[in-house]
Design a protein around this ligand. Structure first.
Ligand SMILES: Nc1ncnc2c1ncn2[C@@H]1O[C@H](COP(=O)(O)OP(=O)(O)OP(=O)(O)O)[C@@H](O)[C@H]1O
Ligand SMILES: CC(C)(CO)[C@@H](O)C(=O)NCCC(=O)O
Length: 320
């Protein structure tokens, strides 16, 4: 099957586009290594997804990635033999980017499960960049608590160091953790990444180039350490709607916990909750999407374009 090439009259597109049927056909006959129960456990609250969607979208993606891992290992071994250096295995790093509430977490968790079922990649670790946010106390002192998720609210040097350490083949590399419930990084706890076959790194900011305080271009970018990158894309009006729906659902569940940062929103009426969620979107997540996240989409190797019902309607794969 031939993929459609997306192009404008003046610029040939760097992407090949696949509709659902074309993409699904790439993994025809492959077994799905998870059932509906496991899927429900790993899907983000509000993310409507079923096994058919996993088979159509994520299974072919996992197959493509497994193929890339195997090929890159072969290349690595050949180069090491040529140079006479050690052939120690280094983790294959996949970045997953996109807006708040677009479904990055579900995508990243699905890739973890599907890749772990492939023969060459049994050990797959998942790290989210949320843990690299500065603690609320630091953000508050800097007047940045209302900008959480913007590039400057992350410790980008620590994130870069973490990834450089993982990619240099070092074992037992620690990543800090974040709690959505307390809305803050978790002190005194860490996630240890110990030489997996694949590391999936998920976050709003993974494709951002960053800039230094002195305005100079940094010498090393996070993306220098990526082997593959996925951008989860949808229209802003749809993502805002998903954010609002999730906020309403969390109000009935997570916000009820008296220890939750958002507990003060637990007793809002539906109208008040919608107003509050739209307010947070308009002040923080919307501008962040427009100014800092969407502009990085063109750096991704693969784009999943979602429709209003959360289903992926088109897959774009970089051919240039
Ligand atoms: N305030 C909250 N309280 C409790 N859980 C939350 C809260 N906000 C988000 N979550 C949950 O935390 C997980 C990750 O949320 P996160 O905000 O990182 O995802 P996202 O980046 O907004 O969106 P997605 O993963 O859907 O792209 C989700 O399962 C979500 O339902
Ligand atoms: C932690 C992030 C930045 C990313 O996951 C996001 O979920 C967030 O908290 N954004 C700030 C505005 C809000 O509370 O939705």
């Amino acid at each position: 099957m031939v993929a459609v090439t997306v192009s404008t009259r003046s610029h040939p597109s760097p992407y090949a586009a696949f509709d659902r049927a074309q993409w699904r056909a790439l993994a025809d006959g492959q077994e799905l290594p998870l059932d509906a129960e496991e899927l429900a456990r790993l899907a983000t609250l509000g993310d409507r997804i079923d096994l058919d969607e996993v088979r159509t979208v994520y299974l072919p993606l996992a197959r493509l990635l497994a193929l890339q891992v195997t090929a890159s290992r072969r290349l690595w071994t050949a180069q090491s033999e040529f140079l006479g250096t050690s052939t120690a295995k280094v983790p294959y790093v996949i970045a997953v980017a996109g807006s708040v509430a677009v479904g990055k977490s579900t995508t990243a968790r699905l890739l973890q499960v599907l890749l772990a079922a492939q023969p060459d990649t049994p050990r797959v670790d998942l790290v989210t960049t949320d843990g690299f946010l500065y603690p609320n106390a630091t953000l508050e002192a800097r007047g940045q608590l209302g900008r959480k998720g913007f590039p400057e609210t992350y410790d980008r040097r620590a994130l870069l160091r973490f990834l450089a350490d993982v990619k240099s083949g070092r074992g037992s590399v620690s990543a800090p953790l974040y709690s959505h419930q307390s809305y803050d990084v978790v002190p005194d706890r860490a996630q240890v990444v110990d030489g997996p076959d694949v590391l999936v790194l998920e976050g709003l900011n993974v494709l951002q180039a960053g800039s230094r305080a002195d305005g100079r271009v940094p010498e090393v970018f996070l993306s220098d350490f990526f082997d593959f990158s996925v951008y989860v894309d949808a229209g802003e009006a749809d993502v805002e709607q998903w954010y609002v729906e999730r906020f309403l659902a969390l109000r009935r569940t997570a916000f009820q916990d008296s220890g939750a940062y958002f507990h003060r929103f637990a007793d809002l009426t539906d109208d008040e909750a919608v107003g509050t969620a739209r307010g947070i979107w308009a002040a923080v997540n919307g501008p962040n999407l427009r100014h800092n996240i969407a502009p990085t989409r063109s750096r991704a190797r693969l784009v999943l374009q979602k429709a209003a019902d959360h289903s992926v309607r088109r897959v774009l794969l970089r051919k240039l």
